[in-house]
Design a protein around this ligand. Structure first.
Ligand SMILES: [Zn+2]
Length: 265
């Protein structure tokens, strides 16, 4: 993590140099990234401002009902995960909370997130994977077929929930956290107690090889929504960036390989 506490401080000589030379224009006060200037005067000013804004109280502690003095400023979403230095992404934080959060973030950064995870144990409930190109209606299919006690795992839905961004407009930096959450939920299906009757997993999986890996991993059955690219294009036309979705559907069909154990609808 780039923002360990000691890195917020620069040797005195350097600070003095900054003070002597920098009369910054107002527009330079909140650039989206401070680049290598962390530790410099601009960051120190921003840091003071965030601490004041948050009343010098640790925000994670406040959320849990504790009152603790904040001495540091934290990136809510870390720089490594695409966060910025914008004030909306900064919070006052106490040293223990900062240490804990930094350790968790670096641990996450080291873990590769698998698109197709591997689990030691099989799920204790039936799993159905629903595959198809963008716009083939996977979510709708599942909505129509899932029971009230079923678990539906859809990366798009997880990305929306984690990011707070609109459906089909979530930026790619949320893919990893979403994969991590989905994989954790899949893994949990192998441990008692499981409070669902069935799991529906929405994946693109155009090749039979990918579907077979999923199926072996999860003891799953597979459904392929074989909706042609033209129809997919028609259905995704209203989304933001329709070209992207149309292209994804074309690419899906280019990669598609049939398997004899898929239910094709
Ligand atoms: Zn705290």
């Amino acid at each position: 993590m780039p923002d360990l506490p000691q890195k917020h401080r620069k040797p005195k000589a350097s600070v003095r140099k900054h003070q002597a030379t920098s009369e910054q224009p107002p527009s330079a006060q909140f650039p989206s990234q401070w680049g290598n200037s962390r530790g410099g005067r601009a960051w120190m000013l921003l840091r003071e401002r965030i601490l004041k804004r948050d009343g010098f109280l640790c925000q994670p502690c406040s959320k849990e009902g504790r009152t603790r003095i904040a001495k540091e400023v934290d990136h809510i979403r870390s720089l490594a995960q695409g966060g910025t230095d914008h004030p909306s992404n900064l919070q006052a934080i106490c040293i223990p909370c900062h240490r804990k959060k930094t350790a968790e973030e670096s641990k996450q950064g080291l873990q590769r997130v698998a698109t197709i995870p591997s689990f030691k144990l099989k799920p204790l409930i039936p799993v159905t994977i629903v595959c198809g190109p963008s716009g083939s209606g996977k979510s709708r299919y599942v909505k129509e077929h899932a029971g009230p006690n079923d678990l539906v795992l859809d990366l798009d839905v997880i990305k929306v929930r984690l990011s707070g961004q609109p459906m089909h407009q979530v930026d790619d930096s949320w893919l990893k956290p979403a994969l991590r959450e989905r994989n954790a939920k899949l893994g949990a299906l192998a441990k008692q107690p499981v409070r669902y009757e069935r799991c529906w997993l929405i994946v693109s999986a155009p090749t039979w090889g990918e579907r077979r890996r999923w199926k072996e991993m999860l003891n799953a059955t597979s459904i392929v929504l074989a909706v042609d690219a033209m129809e997919c294009e028609r259905r995704t036309r209203a989304r933001a960036d329709p070209m992207k979705w149309a292209d994804l559907a074309v690419q899906w069909w280019k990669r598609y390989t049939a398997g004899d154990d898929d239910l094709v609808v």
